[in-house]
Design a protein around this ligand. Structure first.
Ligand SMILES: NC(=O)c1ccc[n+]([C@@H]2O[C@H](COP(=O)([O-])OP(=O)(O)OC[C@H]3O[C@@H](n4cnc5c(N)ncnc54)[C@H](OP(=O)(O)O)[C@@H]3O)[C@@H](O)[C@H]2O)c1
Length: 267
């Protein structure tokens, strides 16, 4: 299905995004990798090229609309078309609302929300022509608002609403739109998290929660696009949480309240 398709994966020089681009390239896709850090983009292009993949690297910030137009122009110049966009670039943040500075919310809404919306707007005319698709990467934290993760939960839930709106707008264009909810997934050693003051710190390896293997999460993402499913979860926990919250919202929030300390103390 992905043979010779052109797939743009934002934030794809490490973690889930990089492995997604790599697995798609193994299936024959031409991939565009991106991040804000030129050295990381160049290293990923070098690594993928050595594996024989057809790859284009574009350094830039997806929360900047002009860069997203550039992303489209350069992708079309190199590959002639765009089939799929995976809005993967995202920031993590943790801190109580009382401790957090406004700049944390500004950064989080810029990258996680506008950074998914702007590539969608810029690339959509091309995706309409190929009747391809757009996948938004949310999180289990986008299903229910977690204490101490207001910026993360708020932004990840916001892109679910965006995906729902866009999905129905694009039915007649036969453009696929989906939203994926990864659970805790093994981290890249360089993954960062914003502190309440807005400083980016390398995230410590998670020892206090069970994490999903990276390939399991990525396989779910790829299967979802292949099946053109609107929602998909990397583990049964995501599906269970979604079902529970839909059917029993008050009970779900009470259980969350009982477990608040555990969540707030998570690394
Ligand atoms: N890992 C998990 O457990 C988990 C769970 C649920 C959801 N998710 C979601 O899955 C996605 C990937 O997660 P991950 O853990 O693989 O993240 P990650 O290791 O932090 O990688 C994110 C990538 O996005 C890039 N990026 C950040 N801001 C950007 C921007 N404005 N423009 C372009 N690139 C940008 C970063 O590179 P630069 O800093 O060089 O730009 C980085 O390469 C995120 O949306 C995340 O919220 C992850």
């Amino acid at each position: 299905m992905f043979k010779d398709k052109v797939v743009v994966v934002t934030g794809s020089v490490q973690g889930i995004g990089k492995r997604t681009a790599e697995m798609l390239a193994e299936k024959g896709a031409k991939v565009v990798v991106n991040s804000r850090t030129k050295t990381k983009v160049d290293a990923t292009v070098e690594e993928f090229s050595q594996k024989g993949f057809d790859v284009l690297g574009l350094t830039g910030d997806v929360s900047n609309y002009d860069f997203c137009e550039e992303l489209k122009t350069q992708t079309v110049a190199k590959f002639g078309r765009i089939d799929y966009l995976i809005n993967n670039a995202g920031l993590a943040a943790k801190g109580s609302i009382s401790d957090s500075e406004a700049n944390v919310f500004e950064k989080m809404y810029a990258v996680n929300v506008l950074g998914s919306l702007y590539p969608t707007m810029a690339l959509l005319p091309e995706i309409k022509q190929t009747k391809g698709g757009i996948l938004f990467i949310s999180s289990m934290a986008g299903i229910i608002g977690l204490p101490s993760y207001a910026a993360y939960s708020g932004t990840k839930r916001s892109i679910v609403s965006l995906a729902e709106s866009i999905k129905n707008e694009l039915v007649d264009d036969e453009v696929y739109v989906g939203v994926n909810y990864p659970g805790f997934t093994e981290n890249d050693a360089q993954k960062e998290i914003l502190s309440p003051s807005g400083e980016a710190n390398v995230m410590v390896k998670r020892e206090d929660v069970k994490v999903e293997p990276l390939d399991k999460t990525v396989n779910k993402i790829i299967r979802q696009i292949e099946k053109r499913k609107f929602r998909s979860y990397s583990s049964y926990k995501g599906r269970a949480l979604q079902t529970m919250y839909r059917l029993f919202p008050t009970l779900s929030l009470s259980i969350l309240k009982m477990n608040r300390r555990k969540i707030m103390d998570m690394q």
